[in-house]
Design a protein around this ligand. Sequence first.
Ligand code: NAD
Length: 490
Amino acid sequence: METMTAERLLSNVIGGEERGSASGSTMPVIAPATGEVIADVPLSNSGDLDEAVQAAQTAQSDWTHMPLKDRVQVFYRMKTLVEEEKDHLAEVLTRENGKTLAESAGEIARAVECLEFAASLPQTAVGDILEVSRGVECKTTRHPLGVVAGITPFNFPFMVPLWMIPMAIALGNAFILKPSPLTPLSAMEIARLLKQAGLPDGVFSIVHGDKTIVEAICDHTGISALGFVGSTHVAKLVFERGVQAGKRVRALGGAKNHLVVVPDADPEMTATNVVASVTGCAGQRCMAASVLLAVGDTEHIIGRIREKMAAMKGGRELGAIISEQAYDRIMGYIERAEANGATLTLDGREAVAEDAPEGGRFLGPSIIDHATPDHEASCEEIFGPTLTIIRCETLDEALAIENANPYGNAAAIYTSSGATAEYFVDRADAGMIGVNIGVPVPREPFAFGGWNDSSFGDGDITGPGAIDFWTKTKKITTKWSDQHRSNWMS
Ligand code: NAD
């Protein structure tokens, strides 16, 4: 891949040191809001990964022998550091990802919740013990898996790694991160903060790269478990390849989230909320609203949504689109909308603020209305600030459309009726459901994760399920002496 002059060449982080990649090949990191090259990221090879796994194995054998109570101190300290440095971290995040500073601040605040949850493990991961017969007890103890890895996407480069890292490491594993090469700078900040918080060298590593290193991670026999977050196509490949190599794999994929609006919904609250869901992070969220299923007479709400979206501009309320390729993909859906039989009632292609930085990739919001359920904008993940609207006569029709889509990350309903909400919650085929909430992200200690093609593998990489995912259990049965009336396990 072509290399351009950059301010700095990033390194991998192995054994606590920054190390160049043996591959010698790099890729430019381009700031989406300005088009500037802000770094070069190495595209590592399997030799780099071998080094990282070796360093991680060495470090893990000491780390695992520290009590959990001591291990989590790193995350208490890291939480304080993140809070102290939140403005700097938000700037780095905005620079590499293009989201607004307010959105970066929000992402960092969510990441802090992950650190807090991991720090609470001595109070929450308390194991089981039972007297199964007089004088005989069974208990379960948890043990780390060894060296584990995480592969993460561009859209939440600070938070998504921290979905996995604190839990996996606090539970005694060593962790290797492969961040998106589009947004590797926040990962470097995470490495620095972990070191400053006192994490021993080698317990956390970064190996940068693309497809080649992802495949090497899937195949590496020294890595026991793998968390992946990204698009469905890659999630499925990673899941299958990792499982084939004997790993525990949980892969979270892409999404096509449907919001249902019924006539009794509060118009102002619904419109504000739907618009926030479509336009937040310029639509580059796996929880973003993508399709609005408008049931019956909801014209007054759709009108308000359109007004609010029409007032928004790229480069002001909406941050930048991550890459040229992503920009062209989103433009393509808007360009083809009418040819495919829908009506473009809001065209965001030119809706860019006059003071938006030069060289940035910005778009305003678009609405593709009167779409059929089989329109490409109704079915495919656009991952940009566009809303497709499908008109439905009944809630059952809306549910049938929602449930026929292969993804299952989020679905939401807007209504003022508890009975209607319950009806929808029971029947919607998705893992995360919102009632009058367009981005129904469960916060710690509730785990994040969808269903169907938004998710491959069992278990959770966040929340309490992460305790199971990142550990294995040992079952111990004990009898110290021949107790009176002992009648089992002699
Ligand atoms: P992506 O799938 O392109 O990349 C994710 C990771 O996989 C990156 O580290 C990337 O380097 C690597 N990768 C890319 N192509 C690969 C290939 N062919 N083989 C092996 N590895 C490859 O995803 P993205 O564009 O970075 O992120 C956006 C996607 O992630 C969207 O689909 C979004 O819905 C999804 N996402 C899902 C969740 C969730 O929790 N379900 C959260 C955030 C993002």
